[in-house]
Design a protein around this ligand. Structure first.
Ligand SMILES: [Zn+2]
Ligand SMILES: [Zn+2]
Length: 305
């Protein structure tokens, strides 16, 4: 099994010179198992480049896969209108997510493509897409075994434990620790997992100054959850759009004092199993960023997705 990161940023895309190393696109990761099955988790702006890569690799051949959506905040769905495989009639995808807002989740995806927001309605994209509602539970996608649990996040979100080929990845983006049942859900998903992707948008200091209840965690809560769950590796994920490469690299250094097998997810990063436990098998740009810059004033803009 392998995992690749196409978008690691939270809330809103953050391109620019201060985020070149870790990347500015919002949440999207892809997995491939030994059978070659494609499983995508979340469709932030990172999915655009994934779509181009899939189209390039496929040539004119059909593209098939599954897409798991954790929830419907823009940073997790906004790449869908730019996902090239959805414009090919030969493509076949199954999209999975939950309904918690009074209508089928397909309506949420179609809504962002309605006029005047986008010129092409989702119904005109052309691919054969099936939309399957899921809740908390365990189900199969091809050879993948997926366990879902609810996370603590405004409007709700799902966390995923994805198991295949004898390995497991836990995706727990957009989770604010609650010290209770939702944390227990994350701990259950991440128990003994090879790789835990955890919401680490803020520092604890930032969190306590006006960000309680926004639905996100801190790097401190991420290392705590990783240790308690017995995860083998931790990837800090859903980076704040204001987080510079230098500051993120400094956070990783600090986090490693508490949970040594910690890194920060970066665009272009790939991890392969069974070699994934070897540092050399990981292609990272940005992990060697220079020392931290002085703390910058925090943006006053609210970031709740
Ligand atoms: Zn988010
Ligand atoms: Zn969100």
């Amino acid at each position: 099994m392998q995992i690749r990161f196409w978008g690691v940023r939270g809330s809103t895309p953050a391109p620019g010179p201060s985020t070149v190393s870790y990347g500015g696109n919002t949440a999207c990761v892809s997995l491939r198992n030994q059978a070659g099955e494609l499983l995508i988790v979340d469709a932030g702006t990172g999915i655009r480049a994934l779509g181009q890569a899939l189209a390039d690799a496929a040539g004119g051949e059909p593209i098939a896969g599954a897409l798991l959506l954790s929830h419907f905040h823009w940073d997790h769905i906004q790449g869908i209108p730019f996902f090239l495989p959805f414009y090919r009639a030969s493509s076949r995808f199954v999209v999975y997510s939950f309904t918690a807002h009074g209508s089928h989740f397909r309506d949420h995806l179609e809504g962002q493509m309605q006029a005047p927001y986008f010129p092409v309605p989702m119904s005109k994209m052309g691919a054969q897409c099936e939309f399957r509602e899921i809740g908390e539970g365990i189900f199969s996608i091809g050879h993948y075994r997926v366990t879902t649990r609810r996370l603590h996040h405004p409007g709700g979100a799902l966390g995923f434990r994805i198991e295949c080929d004898g390995y497991s990845v836990t995706y727990a983006s957009d989770h604010e620790p609650d010290g209770g049942r939702f944390d227990a859900n994350v701990l259950e998903l991440a128990a003994g997992t090879e790789l835990l992707l955890s919401d680490a948008q803020y520092t604890r200091e930032e969190y306590l100054v006006g960000r309680v209840g926004w639905g996100h965690g801190t790097w401190e809560s991420a290392v705590d959850l990783a240790a308690r769950a017995g995860a083998k590796q931790l990837l800090l994920f859903h980076h704040d759009p204001d987080r510079s490469d230098e500051r993120l690299a400094a956070i990783v250094r600090e986090a490693r004092k508490h949970f040594p097998a910690t890194r920060a997810a970066a665009e272009g990063m790939e991890i392969h199993w069974p070699e994934g436990t070897e540092e050399s098998a990981v292609q990272i740009h940005g992990q060697q960023a220079s020392p931290p810059a002085p703390t910058q004033a925090e943006s006053a803009a609210a970031r709740r997705c």
